[in-house]
Design a protein around this ligand. Structure first.
Ligand code: FAD
Length: 448
């Protein structure tokens, strides 16, 4: 038995007649930034989208809650009002702390990106994104946990099984089936849907783990995102202070709290051999008392999750399934930013699906679907390969220390580094630093 009544079945312009046996044109698993963005673009093109989400909105997501201008652009693209009046905290750049120095770098002025970033709790951000997808016409089923793929006799995925408490599920069975010719796995870092299909994580590619906690803090209003390149167990720079693995952040939330966290990369000796929660406390214990990052000001517990980077899960398309956002390892290895890449990959996936569903099932449709991994490789494949090298280099504390000490005192060099690390440059009509970044990514073979 399928979960959606005949009357609800797809009648969208996208499906060619033989596909009408399905419950929807496309099933999207997970309504995080990747799933909601994909659903929004698919529904905007008139496709019938079933967006299945195991939780209920608004819901929390472990995150730093910070967006660079790349994130701002992705939100603007989806028609989200990102004004301060609408509750967004704007930031004008990145404050970098390391090697005894403190440098404020403004976001670059570019044609391709706005010159401000944003901060917003994920509970709000993800709710706004999913509402935008629903407004565009996507059918959201909350409290619906996908349990596995439904395969046809040729080994192609043609739907999913799920456990649902959503009102429309209307079934007395514990597990229900939803059918569609295409499925987008947007289920985040766990990537269970891809794993169920046998897609393994590529451990040679970069991976990180990050933890964060909220504190009531007088640092709540900050118009820079703050990044710590060195974390000290002891007064910074003191003879007996020990350098801890990882990189930290302090993002003011503008509501009386700060989001404070750290990440450790798999190139670091401390990866998976460290108690990350304890690491955060040890670092924060040595920050100034008046900032308030102490137990008595903490809100909730320290929470963490993995950061799947540099396309560490592929293939991005196979047998009717597209891996999108974290489930496709799309986090930027240079800076650990994942939200904009999740949203942009959602758009690339949607573009491929929209073209594919306007063609009959078969080789022509498949060619259109392979346009998704091709777009991912063209957009970030070379940049992420460079990111993999970067992650290996900075995993060595001596290299990191040398970069911090010799790089930070040179603001012009740091402006270039900011553009490179945050992936913010103009591919056309840019300045000399944009041209260097474009040239670097042109001569580097793309990861797939
Ligand atoms: C501590 C930490 C800090 C971070 N800080 C930042 C930051 O400041 N800025 C930034 O840009 N990125 C940050 N990231 C990365 C960012 O959080 C992710 O890259 C981003 O959330 C990826 O979006 P997504 O849609 O791919 O996955 P997710 O946001 O994880 O969304 C997946 C969705 O799928 C749902 N789901 C999962 N399984 C199922 C299932 N079986 N059935 C139905 N639904 C399912 C989940 O409930 C969820 O809603 C951080 C990550 C961590 C861990």
């Amino acid at each position: 038995m399928t979960a959606v009544a005949d009357a609800d079945r797809a009648t969208s312009p996208g499906l060619v007649p033989e596909d009408k046996k399905y419950d929807a044109d496309v099933i999207v698993i997970g309504a995080g930034p990747s799933g909601s963005a994909a659903a929004y673009w698919l529904a905007t093109a008139g496709l019938d989208v079933l967006l299945l989400e195991k939780t209920t909105f608004p819901r929390e997501k472990v995150c730093g809650d910070g967006l660079t201008p790349r994130g701002t652009r992705a939100l603007v693209d989806m028609g989200i009002d990102v004004s301060q009046e609408a509750g967004w905290l704007h930031n004008k750049g990145l404050r970098v702390i390391g090697g005894g120095l403190r440098l404020e770098l403004d976001w670059p002025e570019l044609a391709s990106f706005p010159s401000y970033g944003l901060v917003r709790p994920r509970a709000d951000l993800d709710h706004l994104l999913v509402q935008q997808a629903v407004k565009a016409g996507a059918r959201l089923h909350e409290q619906t946990s996908v349990t596995g793929p439904v395969m046809n006799s040729q080994g192609r995925v043609e739907g999913v099984t799920a456990v649902s408490r959503h009102a429309e599920a209307r079934t007395d069975k514990t597990e229900i089936t939803y059918r569609a010719p295409l499925v987008l796995a947007c289920d985040g870092v766990s990537g269970r849907f891809g794993l169920a299909l046998g897609h393994q994580r590529n451990d040679k590619r970069p991976m990180g783990v990050a933890v964060r906690r909220y504190y009531n803090s007088p640092r709540t209003n900050d118009d820079y995102l703050e990044s710590w390149l060195e974390l000290w167990d002891g007064p910074p720079g003191a003879d007996d202070a020990k350098l801890l693995p990882g990189y930290g952040w302090i993002f003011g939330m503008g509501d009386g709290t700060s989001n404070v966290g750290l990440g450790v990369l798999n190139s670091s000796a401390g990866f998976q051999k460290t108690n990350y929660r304890e690491l955060l406390t040890r670092w924060l214990d040595h920050t100034p008392e008046e900032w308030g990052f102490r137990e008595e000001n903490a809100i909730g517990t320290t929470q963490g999750a993995g950061l799947p980077m540099g396309f560490n899960r592929t293939p991005h398309y196979q047998n009717g399934v597209l891996l999108v956002g974290d489930s496709g390892g799309s986090v930027n290895p240079f800076n650990g930013e994942g939200i904009p890449y999740a949203m942009e990959s959602g758009k690339f996936a949607a573009e491929a699906v929209i073209q594919a569903l306007a063609r009959p099932a078969g080789p022509s449709r498949e060619r259109a679907l392979h346009g998704y991994p091709a777009a991912m490789a063209a957009e970030w494949g070379a940049y992420y390969r460079l990111g993999g090298v970067f992650v290996k280099l900075i995993g060595n504390p001596a290299v990191m220390r040398a970069c911090t000490r010799h790089g930070l005192p040179h603001p012009r060099l740091m402006k270039f580094v900011l553009k490179l690390l945050a992936n913010l440059s103009d591919p056309r009509d840019g300045d000399a630093s944009d041209r260097i970044i474009t040239a670097l990514t042109r001569i580097t073979p793309a990861l797939k």
